[in-house]
Ligand binder design. Sequence first.
Ligand code: ZN
Ligand code: ZN
Length: 163
Amino acid sequence: MPAAASEEQRAKDRVKSSVDRASVIFAERNIRFTDLRRKVFEEIASTTASVGAYEVLDRLAKKGTRLAPISVYRALDALLDAGVVHRLESKNAYFACRRLHQPRTGRRPMFLSCEQCGTVTETDGEDIFASIDVAARSTHFEPRVRFVEVTGTCQECANRRKD
Ligand SMILES: [Zn+2]
Ligand SMILES: [Zn+2]
């Protein structure tokens, strides 16, 4: 099998396992993982970068599913509520949770967004949230931070630069 084909197959497998995991999370929360929600999630899970709502709309239209923007936004809201996608505030774009397959700990994530390739990853950010809480409360401010975004250079881009 050519390398490109197996890479494509691996990508398909990745999306499928993310979709399976998302459907379990929806079931656990007693929310319906509708066909539309699944389609929108598939588009977001199919890339390592973040995807804007209108890009999701375009991609689905190319596959024959024409939707009103409000339908996509509603599906995105449901996916956000379930925690299977996150929103990157800086780009107003969405990405599939990178910790879908990890046990839910309730610990809040830090999003790492590569300025070069657009890849988004996430890691445990609880220590940072704790620091923010302490700093904000010291001025009698009640913080309500749910996500922290950090932009920079991913490992792959850093390696490429060294070549
Ligand atoms: Zn996540
Ligand atoms: Zn990168």
